[in-house]
Design a protein around this ligand. Structure first.
Ligand SMILES: [Zn+2]
Length: 230
């Protein structure tokens, strides 16, 4: 399991490790990317540090970025929920085509506005996306991992929809936001919400739309497992 998107050979441990006396944490070891690396003895940090495995941990967790929950951003309750049959085979990337944001307060405000727009103007049951990603380097919970979204017509039942907060026609999101999206995708695979043989697409690949913006679209064509067609 490689650290998504960094491309510098970091490997994330499959189990949380901690320095004795410190809080459990997911450890990254600089080593050749290989799923076989599971012990710090094989890699960094030096064995002089008392690194200890911490068990048990939530099954299939790990690599997951901090997610700002619905209650944290002040979501309204959904009108309805349809269960998503997981793991889904597709992840679809969007932009919100609105303002961008660089703080939890401003991103939360944008997410509330998007939810209002989707529920009140579009008449949907909830905010359309499964998750939103801000340039404040945070992930915001939309419909979440197990509720079918409303983000890509005819594809909602078989995909997760991740949307970058902002308009990315002429610029890409911050490097931090792009990295967090990679972490979120890896998290989705690890927790069994997204197939490990998933295909990544931009919204424009499945519906007639400019989304996720020309600049971001060009970027995602270079991401792992991107496929424009079919
Ligand atoms: Zn879209």
């Amino acid at each position: 399991m490689t650290g998504g998107g960094r491309g510098d050979g970091w490997v994330l441990s499959r189990t949380p490790w901690a320095i004795a006396g410190a809080s459990p944490a997911w450890a990254e070891f600089r080593a050749p990317a290989s799923p076989a690396i599971s012990s710090p003895a094989l890699a960094w940090p030096p064995s002089s540090l008392a690194w200890l495995p911490v068990h048990p941990f939530a099954a299939r967790g790990g690599c997951c970025p901090t997610i700002i929950t619905r209650s944290q951003w002040g979501a309204r309750a959904p009108r309805d929920r349809v269960q998503l049959s997981t793991p889904v085979p597709y992840v679809i990337i969007h932009h919100t085509a609105g303002s961008s944001c660089i703080s939890q307060a401003s991103c939360s405000q944008l997410v509330r506005g998007i939810q209002n727009y989707h529920m009140d103007s579009k008449g949907w049951a909830d905010i359309g996306y499964n998750f939103l990603i801000g340039e404040d380097s945070r992930v915001y919970e939309g419909r979440g991992w197990s509720t079918m979204g409303a983000h890509a017509k005819n594809w909602n039942h078989k995909s997760l929809g991740f949307s970058f907060l902002g308009t990315f026609s002429s610029r890409v999101p911050s490097a931090a936001a792009l990295n967090i999206a990679q972490d979120l995708i890896q998290c989705a695979v690890n927790r069994g919400s997204l197939s490990s043989s998933y295909t990544l697409k931009g919204h424009r690949n499945v519906n007639p739309t400019e989304c996720p913006g020309n600049a971001l679209y060009r970027d995602i064509t270079q991401w792992p497992r991107f496929k424009a067609k079919p």
